[in-house]
Design a binder for this molecule. Structure first.
Ligand code: MSP
Length: 510
């Protein structure tokens, strides 16, 4: 069977610098991409930058540079932060690339030819910072319901997309595909929004020029969301598909996004695709938002948390672990240094790190660091080893539900049971008794084999840590594939295993 998997992050605006909100979405996709690879899938993992629109044009002007100069500068910051965060994307799309402009133009043409794009006049209340038109009833005391800033009445010639035509088809699709929009609460929100009625959508602007021109009418620039959403297929080489990527990977398995941009992904994008006669993505998953120490993250509050600073302070795997462990994916969460530090100390240094250092130290002491052949299992051993195949199976389900925090809980239950197994079997007592050599060998084997499996299971979340663990255990540190390697008993007796260096030093909170 040809196993392939396509996952995407949103493309990030270049008028902002990367912060933990961006890192969060990208990280979640990375974990899933790594897991799927370990399961033998050919993975397309797309991220990139959204570089057109009035905001970028204005920001560039204020900096005395061209929009493209600004984009070239900021895109590097995204690329370097993803490298530092160990993100394993397979492609990076920029909306200023030729391949993207080509796809957007073609998509526009195609929908226009189908009769679903027409020229008209648009008049409504416009919020410039948000690039969004609002109806009178949506305004809050005359201001933008999203950002609270003043809006102004704007009338301009515009191309419209006949979104209203697709209302019933979209409702039907959402109802027939319960997993299309997740989590469920968000799905219900979208469903009632669509049922209230879809208006036709203005999809061009004449008020600025930084964007892709409408084909055949250069006065118009294609609206940012029509432009941006198309990235998910332009990166695959749509429409020419010279490399066969579109054929192979579309429809996407999952678009992972934040809750603020769900409507664009669950209403606009599917209806654009319907009009173009293309299949819809299988899943759109909207995660929650992070606040910082209880407050909304914003430039004006000067509390924006930058991934670079976090990684330098705490290490990349600690951050990767924390962001996905702390909050159920789909709900809002709060970032604080104190909860990060307490997770590092308890879950990483104590539970995971100690298990490895205790067991490798004992192996050194009792068997000169050479893994012994295990003897017969007793009840304590069987109860311990039986946990692993169960966890492996459960994890697969938790990954497909994008329940990252639960997946980490599942792995941490294995780690705790490892620490408990040491207490129950008391190897130090067995070591004092000549007659218990075989028993001691069994216990030590089980402990170290358990950690081979734990290393493979944590690898999607903490790739560097997994490598270190595997190296300590005398395994190939770069091979984290799970296919055929997730069953008990992979470690060979006779393997030399040295005493582990601490994986995570404890952090003293200031
Ligand atoms: N350019 C659009 C997306 C186009 S996709 C075809 C965009 N860009 S963005 O840079 O503003 O935001 C990208 C993502 O960052 C969104 O998914 C958003 O939810 C996420 N986050 C921004 N701030 C966030 C938090 N404070 N917490 C969690 N995620 C947040 O929107």
């Amino acid at each position: 069977m040809d196993k392939h998997f396509y996952i995407s992050t949103p493309i990030y605006y270049v008028n902002d610098v990367p912060h933990i909100g961006h890192a969060y979405t990208t990280l979640a996709c990375d974990v899933l991409a790594r897991y799927k690879r370990a399961r033998g899938f050919d993975v397309c993992f797309l991220t990139g930058t959204d570089e057109h629109g009035q905001k970028v044009e204005t920001a560039a002007k204020a900096n005395g540079e061209t929009p493209l100069e600004l984009a070239d500068r900021v895109v590097k910051r995204f690329q370097s932060v993803w490298e530092k965060l160990n993100i394993s994307h397979t492609d990076f799309i920029r909306t200023t690339q030729e391949r993207h402009k080509l796809a957007v133009t073609e998509q526009f043409r195609k929908i226009e030819a189908a009769g679903d794009i027409y020229l008209g006049y648009y008049e409504d209340w416009y919020c410039t910072p948000c690039e969004t038109f609002w109806t009178e009833t949506q305004l809050l005391d005359g201001t933008c319901p999203d950002c609270g800033r003043p809006t102004s009445k704007l009338k301009e010639e515009s191309y419209f997309f006949r979104m209203s035509k697709y209302q019933d088809q979209l409702i039907q699709h959402i109802e027939e595909n319960p997993d299309f929009i997740q989590p469920k609460s968000r799905r219900n929100e979208i469903l009632s929004f669509v049922k209230e009625g879809l208006r036709d959508l203005s999809i061009s602007r004449t008020s600025f020029s930084w964007g892709i021109p409408a084909p055949g009418n250069e006065k118009h620039v294609i609206y940012v969301w029509f432009d941006a959403l198309t990235n998910y297929i332009s990166a695959l080489g749509y429409p020419d598909d010279k490399d066969g990527l579109y054929k192979k990977f579309w429809p996407a398995d999952a678009h992972v996004i934040g809750k603020d941009i769900l409507r664009f992904h669950a209403v606009y994008w599917p209806t654009f695709l319907m009009a173009a006669g293309l299949p819809l993505p299988k899943k759109v998953f909207a995660h929650g938002w992070w606040t910082v120490e209880g407050q909304k993250m914003s430039k004006s509050l000067r509390n924006v948390v930058e991934p670079n600073m976090l990684i330098d302070t705490y290490g990349v795997d600690a951050i990767r672990y924390f962001l996905l462990r702390e909050v159920p994916f789909g709900l809002d969460g709060d970032f604080s240094h104190s909860s990060l530090i307490s997770r590092i100390n308890s879950d990483l240094a104590n539970d995971l790190g100690n298990l490895l250092s205790r067991s490798t130290a004992m192996l050194g002491k009792y068997f000169g660091g050479v893994l012994p052949q295990p003897g017969a299992a007793d009840d304590v051993d069987s109860a311990f080893t039986a946990r692993f195949p169960k966890a492996v199976k459960l994890l697969d389900k938790q990954y497909s539900d994008m329940a990252f925090n639960k997946a980490l809980q599942t792995i941490w239950e294995l780690i705790s049971s490892g620490n408990k197994y040491i207490d129950e079997t008391a190897p130090w007592a067995l070591a004092k008794d000549e007659g218990q050599q075989e028993r001691l060998a069994t216990v030590m084997y089980n402990l170290l084999e358990a950690q081979r499996l734990i290393a493979l299971l944590v690898a999607p979340f903490m790739p560097d840590t997994a490598s270190k663990m595997l190296e300590t255990l005398g395994c190939d540190k770069d091979d984290v594939s799970l296919e055929g390697r997730d069953a008990w008993g992979g470690l060979q007796a006779g393997t030399e295993i040295s005493k582990a260096q601490p994986l995570f030093p404890r952090i003293e909170a200031e």
